[in-house]
Design a protein around this ligand. Structure first.
Ligand SMILES: Nc1ncnc2c1ncn2[C@@H]1O[C@H](COP(=O)(O)OP(=O)(O)OP(=O)(O)O)[C@@H](O)[C@H]1O
Length: 311
């Protein structure tokens, strides 16, 4: 359990983070979301003491982080940032094994851990362990960055806009991967983003920051259904963007061959209508008709793929 207790950071008399209190349960993903300058990064960096708090404290499993030297603390807390921060002159294996090496793990244990993580991230260890960061795609570099942060099974993984540099499709795959791996390893993750869609999609709990203050800390469903302030409501409004876009695209654009059960939608109906029909009937596809003749179907997968293209 991570307890953040009235933590505050003041720069030149201005509160960048203003008395934030929150508790993060072990084995969960907590997303810190807010606009630029709201204090997200400063809050995250006070947890591993890359920034020292002006007041307040953080306890990890009951122990104050102030009781441990910062460099030792940071070996127990993984940290992944946008642009991955890989060592360019080290192989993938050395990058992932960096913290275990600092902790003096035996070589064979490090090597096994590297292979295990590469496999978890769907990267064949034989093909990838000896490559250098420049020989990887952006998405692969990002996965190696996260694998490195997870390598020593840290008590906590802090991630600052880890997917910020990825294009929308790779980004949503990276989010799915992170969810899957977090569940598999039981990791505790705190992730900073300015993207409410990402927060809703990934978070067990979402912490919304505004002007250095924590204005709401709740489950994604509560954030959407009961936004605590106008600011939270505005941020949630952005989540509807893909839905609004779907309402502009006719089903004729993604219709495919094949049958589906239920009443047919006209070809001029929107993907939002098709999504509503799928959700309403509990089916994964709906038939599409043109001039009363069924011409094919629209699947939930096709709707989702189209929404992600515009996310
Ligand atoms: N070293 C510093 N010295 C002075 N002010 C700082 C320093 N670091 C951050 N700040 C200020 O603290 C506030 C919060 O910054 P922070 O980087 O935590 O915001 P953020 O929510 O992460 O923003 P972004 O999404 O743009 O990264 C900002 O007003 C920023 O200008």
């Amino acid at each position: 359990m991570i307890e953040i207790d009235r933590i505050t950071k003041t720069y030149d008399g201005v509160h960048a983070v203003d008395s934030v209190t929150m508790t993060v349960e072990t084995g969960t993903i907590t997303i810190i979301v807010g606009t630029s300058g709201s204090g997200k990064t400063t809050l995250l960096r006070m947890i591993n003491r890359l920034e020292e708090p002006s007041s307040g404290e953080v306890r990890i499993n009951g122990e104050s982080t102030l009781a441990t030297k910062p460099h030792l603390l940071r070996r127990r807390i993984g940290y992944a940032i946008q642009g991955h921060g890989l060592f360019p002159h080290h192989s993938v294996a050395r990058n992932i094994g960096a913290v275990p090496e600092l902790l003096n793990w035996p070589k064979d244990k490090i090597s096994a851990r590297v292979d295990e993580l590469l496999t978890l991230f769907s990267m064949d260890p034989v093909a990838f362990r000896d490559r250098y960061p420049a020989e990887l795609s952006g998405g692969q570099q990002q996965r190696v960055g996260v694998a490195r942060a997870l390598a020593s099974r840290p008590d906590l993984l802090l991630m600052d806009e880890p997917f910020g540099a990825l294009d929308p499709i790779i980004r949503s795959r990276a989010q799915d991967d992170l969810r899957r791996i977090q569940q598999r390893l039981g990791s505790t993750i705190m992730l900073v983003t300015h993207d409410m869609d990402e927060a809703i999609r990934l978070g067990d709990r979402v912490a919304v920051m505004d002007g250095g203050k924590l204005v709401q800390y709740a489950t994604p469903a509560e954030i959407i259904s009961q936004p605590a302030t106008g600011f939270v409501a505005d941020m949630v409004g952005d989540v509807e963007r893909p839905l609004r876009l779907l309402s502009l695209i006719p089903v004729s654009e993604v219709v495919e061959d094949g049958a589906a059960e239920g009443g047919a939608l006209p070809a001029g109906a929107s993907l939002r209508d098709a999504l509503a029909a799928c959700l309403w009937t509990g089916r994964t596809a709906v038939p599409v008709a043109h001039d009363d003749a069924v011409v094919g179907r629209v699947t939930l997968d096709a709707i989702r793929a189209r929404a992600e293209l515009h996310a």
